[in-house]
Design a protein around this ligand. Structure first.
Ligand code: ATP
Ligand code: MG
Length: 582
């Protein structure tokens, strides 16, 4: 491809809304252009990267036995009502009506459509296992579209769905996808890790996320270097925390003591005023849930994990109760809530970590007062229902839940893929059944497997860039090689460069590599800057000077090393370089 015929325009400035480096560089390198919030045009060079990535994904999906199909983006509401998600999915689901008033949505995912397809075609255990995939445009009306392709509203996803006759079959399908995803991210040249993920409202028995580690990632990952445990912080378990220093059974007397703590609404203030360890002050937060109010008690020095909490409390969402709701439920003001004397209408859950604390401090549900020397058994469990749960957010240096002696590290990652054992959630609600060997009707065991195409490309840039621009891994670069002719007006240079272009194209194509010939009438400085910005892995420069030095100058974007190579050896030299990379 000649750059003079191509559509690749770079820009000096990044758009103002571009917060992360991948978004800035994709925009500056002319790869994507914003049309509206979270909606992007893939410009030709950006689309080339996507196509290369999609080719890798297709190859590995097919290798793992998945079969490609293509489903519609627009889906009828009835299917979503059958699965129960028309209301559950919430505002992320873009709904619309046609001219006849029939309701549709723009698919954010395709469980409903695939289940409807398979239930019509598959009747017998003999037709399974099946794994169907597509690479297709989704729409999710994200509350905060940002970071360019990383969290768009319209985006391309590879989604696959497996159907098996039993759980062992599902395990095999799941493992095949686990392997395929690992090969995909390896083939892309990305550093990634696989972590346990939250299963959310759908339930299911297992779920893993593939994370590209990067500081700008929106996900936090807890991992243990000692045993390899890794989980999204939304789900991460925590080993046994040391008991706080003074957690004796100091609950002397027959009942808790009331103390005045004027103005002390934070744990730190209460702990300071009463001169106790923050871990001994129990924090009680009141949440509004789909089923009324719930109170959660947790160590004062720790944070509630709202994903874990939602899994415990059930329903579609939760939010902290207002001051008025707190006053009504507890009789006290915000910041002075506690488990003792809480209205019986309020569901009370307490984090396991506070179970061993007896003789703790908590809010008195009365203005400006706290209780000290409180006991769970005597003061709470004896008078009202109380549930012990795990709702704590893992923090760096927490003990590992899986091995003894290991500690958790928290790092940031970009979730590029998500594999999920759905079980029979959809096949039951949507009646996707088959006849088993004994002639009984059974729901299919399903799995679903998503991979973000644009997000993966963005993650590659987060992982590969420097001050001058993108440093693509070879397999994802829009073009593998840029051939820059520095003096296109000079006849000798032009004919050498033209010849080299023909040769490089012929030599590189069989290996799946490609070359962009920068034959533009631009100054050398512009060409060098653009080549660095777009991030072609290999640059070949031909100019009057390089010809005098004996050929063309070949350099690598990654390490900057450059060498003059005789013209007739350039193709082999470049090919050798590229083979080392992939
Ligand atoms: P997130 O927690 O980031 O919102 P999700 O759990 O909603 O992700 P899935 O439903 O598992 O995502 O989607 C599968 C894959 O699709 C994700 O792993 C990600 O790569 C991609 N993806 C999801 N939402 C977006 C988005 N808004 N923009 C770009 N890619 C996305
Ligand atoms: Mg999401």
């Amino acid at each position: 491809m000649r750059w003079s015929n191509y559509y690749l325009m770079t820009a000096r400035e990044a758009p103002r809304d571009a917060e992360v480096v991948s978004h800035q560089l994709m925009a500056r390198a002319g790869l994507v252009r914003r049309l509206a919030a979270g909606i992007y045009t893939m410009q030709p060079a950006g689309w080339r990267t996507m196509r290369k990535l999609m080719a890798i994904v297709r190859r590995e999906m097919e290798r793992a036995g998945a079969v490609e199909l293509s489903m519609p983006a627009i889906q009828p509401a009835e299917l979503w009502e059958e699965s129960g998600r028309w209301f559950k999915y919430g505002a992320e689901l873009l709904r619309m009506e046609d001219r006849h008033g029939r309701r549709f949505c723009f698919g954010p995912t395709h469980e409903e459509v695939i289940t409807d397809l398979v239930r019509r075609d598959v009747k017998s255990y003999r037709q399974m296992p099946l794994n169907l995939f597509q690479i297709q445009t989704k729409f999710r009306d994200e509350i905060r579209p940002r970071f360019g392709l990383m969290r768009g509203r319209e985006f391309i996803m590879k989604d696959a769905y497996s159907f098996d006759t039993d759980e062992e079959g599902l395990d095999r399908s799941y493992q095949a996808m686990y392997g395929a995803y690992s090969r995909i991210f390896e083939a892309c040249g990305l550093e990634y890790s696989v972590v346990e993920a939250d299963q959310g409202a759908i339930g299911g028995s297992s779920s893993h996320e593939f994370m590209v580690l990067a500081d700008t990632g929106e996900s936090a990952v807890a991992s243990c270097a000692a045993c390899g445990y890794g989980a999204n912080v939304e789900r991460a378990e925590i080993g046994d925390l040391p008991r706080p220093a003074a957690a004796g059974d100091s609950a002397d007397g027959d009942e808790p003591r009331r103390v005045s703590t004027p103005g002390a609404t934070t744990v730190a203030e209460v702990a300071g005023m009463l001169e106790v360890d923050r871990a001994l002050v129990i924090k009680t937060l009141i949440y509004e849930t789909d089923d009324g109010l719930a109170a959660v008690a947790i160590r004062g020095d720790r944070e509630v994990n709202e994903v874990k909490l939602l899994n415990v409390l059930g329903g579609l969402g939760l939010r902290l109760a207002s001051a008025e709701q707190v006053a009504e439920a507890t009789g006290g003001s915000l910041g002075f809530s506690g488990p003792v004397g809480l209205s019986a209408d309020v569901r009370l859950v307490a984090d396991e970590s506070v179970r061993s604390l007896n003789g703790f401090v908590c809010g008195a549900n009365a203005g400006d007062e706290h209780l000290v020397s409180v006991r769970w058994d005597r003061d709470v469990a004896s008078v009202r229902p109380l549930e012990w749960v795990d709702v704590m957010t893992a923090e760096a240096s927490d003990p590992c839940p899986r091995c003894s002696g290991g500690v958790l590290r928290i790092s940031r990652g970009i979730e590029v893929g998500h594999i999920f054992k759905l079980g029979t959630a959809y096949s039951e609600s949507m009646n996707c059944t088959f006849t088993d060997e004994q002639g009984r009707q059974r729901p299919a065991e399903m799995g679903c497997y998503g991979l973000g195409i644009g997000r993966t490309a963005a993650a590659a840039i987060e992982q590969g860039h420097d001050d001058d621009g993108i440093v693509w891994p070879v397999p994802l670069a829009p073009f593998t090689v840029v051939l820059s002719s520095l003096d296109p007006g000079d006849e000798a240079v032009r004919s050498a460069a033209d010849g080299l272009y023909q040769e490089l194209e012929a030599a590189l194509a069989p290996g799946g590599f490609d070359v962009l010939y920068d034959d533009r009438r631009e100054r050398p400085g512009v060409k060098f800057k653009d080549a660095d910005l777009v991030g072609f892995p290999v640059r070949v420069v031909v100019g009057a000077r390089s010809l005098r030095a004996g050929g063309a100058e070949v350099s690598s974007r990654q390490d900057g090393g450059r060498e003059v190579v005789p013209l007739d050896e350039v193709s082999d030299f470049v090919l050798g370089r590229l083979r080392q990379h992939v």
